[in-house]
Design a protein around this ligand. Structure first.
Ligand SMILES: Cc1ncc(COP(=O)(O)O)c(C=O)c1O
Length: 391
């Protein structure tokens, strides 16, 4: 899978020795740039825009997100609690499968509680009723599966055959919408505008009979709105038209677009030797720090990587996993023990996915503002963070 991000932005002039290693460095100015674009789309289209915490939940910058967006979307109780504690605005929670004990609290914290099937809504009718009787005010939503695949990679395609994500829209009847205020779908991943338009064209005839009874539609995430070549004018026109056509409030809940190109992961070469080619061990682990490198898979772009083919080095992590390989790179200043380097576009879906497998230390978290050059160490992790997760 090719990543289409990877613009170094202001990181091109960031001195990597200003932070410890490994370290995530997030640029507040880059975040503001993304948030301004998202807020502009929201305002001109007259919709609501939530940030998906699953992609980026560095809550130190929560006040910044709250300045621009309408709130956040969460994936279950823990993210909903984080949202309520740290973020402002609306909270929309969707989880593929709720547990009764969690749901009671989720209803108290969320503005929208979105279910994966009408069966769950029916099974939890008593929890919902009890929450409302206790004064909690929230809408019930249903995630539908549009059954219209637009993705390249089945692992990231909620419309792949036999997907568990969302109620298949061809089974939807008026009875399923009893007590339901809105419909949600999420079927895109790092996509342009056209797949959204095609998905809606496929869905619209199936949903039209229900337009009068629905208050909102949530088109999920996967919209790469802040990428330079995304078709934002077409998106705005489309959203205005869908809102007028359906009479519904429209929500988008992008994650990646919030933090696109807004952070790097800084690492250090620990050792270099030859095994048919130059190989280097670094303090960045693909499996512990950037698991999507293996899972997606993709090759993260390197800050300042040389274009020529000479002196390619295979970089891998310090773990025991043979497959803990990041890729083959031409480091800007050559590759020797102690050399610093950085991978681009690591603010989203890396920080939220780190693990301490093999006792590999977690990267610290730094906040830089490329406009003022202010740099702050937000969080470091210690041995105790590793130990205390295990018993
Ligand atoms: C339900 C839902 N909403 C929003 C998102 C955010 O998507 P993205 O980060 O691709 O914009 C996801 C991602 O998996 C999702 O599953």
């Amino acid at each position: 899978m090719e990543t289409r991000a990877g613009d170094p932005g202001a990181f091109a002039r960031f001195d990597l020795t200003r932070v410890d290693s490994p370290a995530f460095v997030v640029d507040a100015a880059a975040l503001r740039r993304n948030l301004r674009i998202l807020a502009d789309v929201r305002d001109r289209a007259g919709i609501k825009l939530l940030a998906a915490l699953k992609a980026f939940s560095m809550w130190r910058v929560a006040p910044l997100l709250s300045d621009y967006l309408d709130g956040v979307c969460t994936s279950g109780l823990w993210e909903a609690k984080l949202a309520a504690e740290r973020y402002g605005g609306e909270i929309a929670t969707y989880c593929a499968g709720y547990k009764p004990d969690d749901l009671r609290e989720i209803c108290a914290l969320s503005d929208h509680v979105i279910f994966n099937s009408p069966g769950q809504i029916a099974r939890f009718a008593d929890v919902i009723a009890a929450a409302r009787a206790a004064g909690d005010r929230f809408d019930i939503g249903l995630r539908i599966n549009p059954m219209y695949a637009t993705g390249e990679v089945p692992r990231y395609d909620p419309c792949a055959p036999h997907s568990r994500l969302g109620f298949p829209v061809d089974q939807l009847t008026a009875a399923h919408l009893e007590g339901v205020s809105g419909l949600h779908f999420h079927s895109l991943c790092e996509q342009d505008f056209d797949p959204l338009r095609r998905t809606w064209d496929a869905l619209r005839p199936r949903l039209e009979p229900y337009f009068g009874r629905l208050q909102w539609l949530n088109f999920g995430g996967g919209h790469h709105i802040t990428r330079a070549d995304y078709q934002r004018e077409a998106l705005i026109e489309f959203l205005i038209a869908v809102k007028a056509d359906t009479g519904c409030e429209i929500y988008l809940e992008p994650g990646e677009a919030v933090a696109l190109d807004a952070g790097i992961l800084v690492g250090t070469v620990l050792d270099v030797h030859a095994n048919g080619m130059a190989v280097a061990v670094t303090d960045i682990s693909a499996t512990c720090h950037m698991p999507d490198v293996i899972e997606a898979p993709y090759r993260p772009a390197m800050l300042g990587e040389r274009a020529d083919e000479r002196d390619s080095v295979r970089l891998g992590g310090p773990s025991c996993l043979a497959g803990d390989v990041i890729g083959d790179y031409r480091l800007p200043q050559g590759c020797a023990p102690g050399t610093r380097f950085a991978f681009l576009d690591q603010a989203h879906y890396s920080m939220v996915k780190t693990t301490t497998f093999n006792g590999v230390p977690l990267p610290s978290i730094w906040l830089w503002d490329s406009e003022s050059d202010a740099l702050e160490c937000v969080r470091t992790f210690a041995y105790e963070d590793f130990r205390d997760r295990l018993s």
